[in-house]
Design a protein around this ligand. Structure first.
Ligand code: SAM
Ligand code: DTB
Ligand code: SF4
Length: 351
């Protein structure tokens, strides 16, 4: 797959001139042209747009917990938790509330500001959702942001989660619509979009991204980012995962992503969705510190912290602390509604 840009030089100039604007009318050929920029130009523009919207030395820190593991009826070709593949994973039922809260306490003590609870469901049943609603309330009461990823939800389920105070719902599109069918056959792209709409309409922040390294082309990557950046409203959080290859899954042995291509995808996500937190998500344990530093330079400003993702490994916590220190990165502090209002009032008073 080549990166050749089909834009005229006039359109390229206009495209570059408009970078930084919040747009939901991106054209696919514009996105392909961004991918095709010389690496230094792409990183320069991404860093410029990043600085206009965020403190470049702050990274949001989330911790993940698998609250219900394995035996999932779906057939996502990348996943350790599908019941269809022999991955050797031990299934675990929905965790008890107290055990979840204890993990959240530890995550908070280690500096995480958001606690993300993942469950291997196609869609949660009413009794399961009722238990998860209580977990959301409990974690929130500890002063952390909450995120859950539970598979498909409808408007009523999204409303229950919103009423519990849920801050973010993670639901990834994973790849382009056309490549999706090669990866998952038990649900459609439209199913994913319907859940995203239900979550958005309930007033919950949307966390939606994808996975690189599943055998997709550069065009699939551009199409995935195009879909995300042309949703009626950009997701607040955009996780870019690198496939964690799991033995026994169909994608074990897939060709790995070229690190510069991974960095390019981060930079393009930053340019398309200037105010979103772009998360350097799964896959950091297979990346060099230098690649991760380039990702931060390209505009990534969120990570998962803790030595486990859901079922696979993440870098050791000491290593991450050391990496932050070596790069002069600080964990983003939680800006609660009350503290934002106080800051706004103080600003208005001195204006
Ligand atoms: N079952 C729910 C669902 O699919 O929406 C929630 C849990 S699922 C594990 C959450 C997301 O993790 C998936 O949508 C996928 O993007 C990501 N993911 C799962 N396995 C992965 C892997 N091996 N490597 C990278 N990302 C993965
Ligand atoms: C996301 O985009 N990545 C996280 C989170 N959202 C739920 C999950 C990564 C899972 C990696 C494979 C595993 O640990 O099982
Ligand atoms: Fe199930 Fe989610 Fe894994 Fe797909 S990604 S098999 S839906 S847990």
């Amino acid at each position: 797959m080549t990166n050749s840009s089909a834009l005229s030089s006039a359109r390229t100039q206009t495209l570059i001139g408009r970078l930084g604007e919040i747009r939901t009318d991106w054209q696919l050929d514009e996105i392909r042209a961004l991918f095709a920029l010389p690496f230094a130009d792409l990183i320069y523009h991404a860093q410029r747009v990043h600085r206009a919207n965020f403190d470049p030395n702050e990274v949001q820190v989330s911790t993940l917990l698998s609250i219900k593991t394995g035996a999932c009826p779906e057939d996502c070709a990348y996943c350790s938790q599908s019941i269809r593949f022999e991955t050797g994973l031990k299934s675990e039922p929905l965790m008890d509330m107290e055990d979840v809260l204890e993990k959240a306490r530890v995550a908070k003590a280690n500096g995480a500001t958001r606690f993300c609870m993942g469950a291997a469901y196609r869609s949660p049943k009413p009794k399961q959702l009722a238990q998860i609603v209580e977990m959301v309330k409990g974690v929130r009461a500890m002063g952390m942001e909450t995120c859950v990823t539970l598979g498909m939800v409808n408007s009523e389920q999204a409303r229950q989660l919103k009423d519990a105070g849920l801050d973010y719902y993670n639901h990834n599109l994973d790849t382009s619509e056309s490549y999706y069918k090669e990866i998952i056959t038990t649900r459609t792209y439209q199913d994913r979009l319907d859940t995203l709409q239900a979550v958005r309409e309930a007033g919950i922040n949307v966390c939606c991204g994808g996975i690189l390294g599943m055998g997709e082309t550069q065009l699939d990557r551009a199409q995935l980012l195009h879909t995300l950046a042309t949703l009626p409203q950009h997701p607040e959080s955009v996780p870019i995962n690198q496939l964690m290859q799991v033995e026994g899954t169909p994608l074990h042995g897939a060709t790995k992503v070229e690190p510069f291509d991974f960095v390019r995808a981060i930079a393009v996500a930053r340019l398309l969705m200037p105010r979103a937190h772009v998360r350097l998500s799964a896959g950091r344990s297979d990346m060099s510190d230098e690649t991760q530093a380039l990702c931060f330079l390209a505009g990534a400003n969120s990570i998962f912290y803790g030595d486990k993702l859901l079922t696979t490994e993440n870098p050791d916590e000491n290593h991450d602390r050391d990496l932050f220190e070596r790069l002069g990165i600080r964990g983003e502090v939680l800006r609660t509604e009350a503290s934002c209002r106080r800051a706004e009032n103080a600003e208005a008073a001195t204006a």
